[in-house]
Design a protein around this ligand. Sequence first.
Ligand SMILES: Nc1nc2c(ncn2[C@@H]2O[C@H](COP(=O)(O)OP(=O)(O)OP(=O)(O)O)[C@@H](O)[C@H]2O)c(=O)[nH]1
Ligand SMILES: [Mg+2]
Length: 200
Amino acid sequence: MMIRTAIFKTSSPTLSGCPAGNLPEFAFIGRSNVGKSSLINMLCGHGGLAHTSSKPGKTQLINHFLINDEWYLVDLPGYGFAKQSKSTRVTWERMIKDYLSRRSTLVMTFVLIDGRHTPITGDIEFLQWLGNEGVPFAVIFTKTDKISQRELSANLAEYKTWFSEYFEELPMSVLSSTLSGLGKDQVLDIINQCITNLKA
Ligand SMILES: Nc1nc2c(ncn2[C@@H]2O[C@H](COP(=O)(O)OP(=O)(O)OP(=O)(O)O)[C@@H](O)[C@H]2O)c(=O)[nH]1
Ligand SMILES: [Mg+2]
């Protein structure tokens, strides 16, 4: 899969404001600051496409980027941002869950998890919610450049144990680093496979 063109299309606070039509789309979700917007930029080879920040809470709306005039990448706000007011947190969570459970053109959701940590409550609850809703997802472990291979392997093993207790099958998983470009080809391959399956 080659990304030839990537164009910002819309920012919307609600599901109803998302683009009309039936182009397939692929969403990126995860805790605030886990690296969703950076990963989208890495995939597109375009540093400034999705807005990123070293502080959590940067992406606040549902952002659609049109790729190759054929499909969308969707950058979502993060969950679990502690410094937010309770009402904003509830509003964001409702927006994210409404989108993920009801967007009919959503083909695959990539859940980003910080590879530096063992399973944490917010991620676990979110993965369980996705499982209960039957939303298809793959996992991307981010920021792998920030820890040693040994620590990363230990964290991945803990996730594997948790997944095998809660899910019948292990989800597809990818290791990523926006510094080295690790994971780019694998994520694009998953997207390509999904699009091929849709056309079959
Ligand atoms: N070292 C390293 N830093 C990363 C990586 N991915 C993201 N970052 C940094 O992490 C910070 C957060 O990245 P964002 O892409 O804005 O994170 P986000 O998940 O979109 O955050 P919100 O929009 O606030 O939910 C930025 O300072 C990025 O430069 C990575 O793979 N390696
Ligand atoms: Mg963001």
